[in-house]
Design a protein around this ligand. Structure first.
Ligand code: ASP
Length: 427
């Protein structure tokens, strides 16, 4: 066999459209999962492989590109971008919870479950401490944060380092200036290298996607068609409405095409959907935003890691709806002021939620606590909460997808407002 025929052996795979392959993996995974059921678990390692490959890239991508990004933008400009993106992140999250609550009040998931008949008393489950979470943004040891993959402290340190470097690049002392330029180039090349690796990893995505989806549908798929169907439906309806309405309006107001956005963002959206991790998807999110949506790295390298960690519209929608689900399930009516409390705590809880699978369900405890429904073992509230946990993977897919999408919309809009968006990618 000649060399050229050998090379062509996998052409059918590598030369076909990547998104098409990923979508086929997605649909096949769902179908095979539903048909085979829990026995599909043996494909687990193939899914884990995909997630591990993505996770491997996260810390180097954030650090290398954020140092380079922060160094190439003036601190004043960085501050302006920061204020804009934080305002956007906060606003859309609040809108998201409200949309979730509206749908939950209309569809009333959990109503009629009558779990209140079951009683019992017990120990309170531990809820996360928000103040500590906020303080932890400042690393006591940056190397430890990197080793643990804690995104916010890494962002903080990379920003500080990058800003420091941006001053050195303009130093009057030639020795320092030249050295700083080399260091900056080193970071840029490092980031480029990681993006190349992301593209390689994505070639494996169709297989990884197949395995991840097959497991979710194999182990939990059927449950979503039962009594928990309404909550699944409510969550997904609210997610879709937020996608089309909130993001649609934001993009429209900024003269950016919604479908052009989806075209550029799709790989990241699908990766988020199947990996259920905003942090894990980050390398793909950054690549899509820079290559397809035309956002410069000086902006995306800051806004996207931040968004992956604190901006979770999907999670806040989910938390709002599930808080109401639990209330309905135990036969409690929540009044206006309690629902307002949900808006505030779900916003805070989603900010505190880590970008990893299932984290939003843990922070839901905080929301439930705030409306006087603490999850104590053996109580009806705990039962309702456990029901939600049973289908968490399914809900997590949708909410993570929206979480990542929101980050990309915000990043594109901020870049546009800074006149930094490459509009040729949107035509
Ligand atoms: N899995 C979500 C994410 O990574 C967080 C959550 O569980 O809500 O964005």
């Amino acid at each position: 066999m000649s060399d050229s025929t050998k090379k062509g052996m996998f052409d059918w795979y590598f030369k076909s459209n990547l998104l098409m392959r990923i979508l086929i993996g997605l649909i096949l995974g769902a179908v095979v999962g539903l048909v085979v059921g829990p026995d599909i678990k043996w494909v687990n390692p193939f899914g884990d492989l995909f997630v591990r490959l993505l996770k491997m890239i996260v810390v180097p991508v954030i650090f290398l590109s954020l140092v380079g990004g922060a160094a190439s933008i003036s601190p004043a400009r960085l501050g302006k971008v920061g204020v804009k993106i934080v305002a956007y992140y906060l606003f859309t999250t609040v809108v998201a919870v409200i949309i979730g609550l509206i749908f939950a009040n209309i569809l009333k998931p959990g109503l009629g479950l009558n779990l209140a008949g079951v009683t019992g008393a017990g120990r309170e489950l531990k809820q996360p401490d928000l103040i500590t979470t906020l303080l932890n943004i400042i690393p006591t040891n940056p190397v430890e944060s990197m080793a643990k993959g804690d995104v916010l402290p890494i962002i903080f340190f990379a920003l500080v380092f990058g800003i420091g470097l941006s001053y050195l690049v303009e130093s009057d002392i030639p020795r320092i200036r030249d050295g700083a330029k080399i260091l900056l180039q080193w970071f840029d090349t490092g980031a480029e290298t990681m993006y190349k690796v992301v593209k390689g990893v994505l070639q494996y995505a169709p297989i990884g996607v197949f395995a991840l989806i097959a497991i979710v549908f194999g182990t939990q798929g059927a449950k979503a068609f039962g009594p928990l169907g309404t909550v699944t439906l409510t969550v997904y309806l609210a997610l879709v409405v937020h996608l089309f309405l909130t993001y649609g309006v934001f993009l429209k107001v900024n003269n950016l095409g919604f479908f052009k956005f989806l075209r550029g963002a799709k790989e990241a959206m699908i990766t988020a959907f199947v990996t259920r991790s905003s942090s894990g998807t980050l390398p793909v999110t950054m690549q899509c935003t820079e290559d397809n949506l035309g956002v410069p790295r000086s902006i995306s390298s800051f806004t996207l890691p931040l968004g992956a960690t604190v901006n979770m519209d999907g999670t806040s929608i989910y938390q709002g709806i599930c808080a109401l689900f639990v209330a309905f399930a135990v036969g409690q009516e929540l009044g206006f002021s309690q629902q307002m409390t949900i808006v505030i705590t779900a916003t805070l809880a989603s900010i505190g939620t880590a970008g990893v699978p299932g984290a939003g369900a843990i922070m839901l405890l905080m929301v439930l606590n705030s409306i006087g429904m603490p999850v104590k073992e053996g109580t009806p509230i705990a039962m309702a909460y456990a029901m939600i946990l049973g289908i968490d993977a399914l809900l997590d897919m949708g909410r993570t997808c929206l979480n990542v999408t929101g980050d990309m919309v915000g990043t594109a809009i901020v870049a546009k407002s800074e006149k930094e968006l490459d509009l040729s990618k949107w035509s």
